[in-house]
Write a protein that binds this ligand. Sequence first.
Ligand SMILES: [Zn+2]
Length: 77
Amino acid sequence: MKCPYCGKEMEKGYIHSRDCVVWRTKKSVLPALGILAADAVDLGTSDAAGHFVVVYRCADCKKFLIDTENGNHTDSD
Ligand SMILES: [Zn+2]
């Protein structure tokens, strides 16, 4: 994955969670299962290691990128 800011190769990694990782339009107290919130977008998937989201990092630009179309639901390193 190339950084969209500088064009250098990004480092692949993971954001881990015991429950789920969701994106929401507003910051608020999450219910026990955050994915149940009406505006929640589930960013990841889970396996035996727990819930995770594949995230690419550019250390130079200090940016993190989540590609919700490619890889987040199939990768389980
Ligand atoms: Zn960059």
